[in-house]
Design a binder for this molecule. Sequence first.
Ligand code: HEC
Length: 191
Amino acid sequence: MAVKDFLSDHEYDGIREYDNPTPGWWHAIFIATIFFSFFYFVYWEMNPNASSPQSRWAAAQTREYKRLFGALGDLQPDEATILKMMGNEQMLNVAQGFFQSTCTQCHAKDGGGNVGVNLTDEHYKNVKKLDDLYNVITNGANAGVMPSWKNQFNQNERVILAAYVASLRGTKPASAKAPEGDPIPPWPAAK
Ligand code: HEC
């Protein structure tokens, strides 16, 4: 084809331009993206079942808990197990997450206490030995002022919560509520 075949037929001040239409494949891709965006929008923006980064993160977190608990098996709510969990940093971190989301409104972020008792001092109202912590968390105390957490947390979760609460003993909270109850002997040493 001669060059003149590509020239458009208008002319301004002696300037003429080539006619170079965008190729067919380019148009095809352009139209395909418009078409794609419609389905993309409907699926991700209007479909309640589409996953989000948040929901995928939550699912991954749940899988990870299951994996960790699965590796531990069923935790018995006895002294030996609670002691063992007090030495398991990973489980203490998981339990701290539970504590921060559920217990701080009454026991404060660092266990110093406000509505609930101070969990960091040497005095306890309902606890004489380590597994009493589990019993209070499971059944509540003082006619439900300290609620029962049986339905919110499964046995493994309550065992590691007991270990976490036990680990708060002897820490220094920002604002400590005055001691309530009686002083009790130190937790037994880890075996
Ligand atoms: C609605 C307020 C409230 C919430 C929420 C709460 N507690 Fe308590 N908790 C209390 C009160 C009040 C007491 C003291 C009960 C008493 O007077 O015998 C207490 C006592 C306790 C005790 C026994 C301490 C002792 O000296 O006998 C433990 C252990 C405990 N709570 C752990 C927890 C954990 C773990 C959570 C979260 C899963 C939690 N609490 C959530 C109010 C609360």
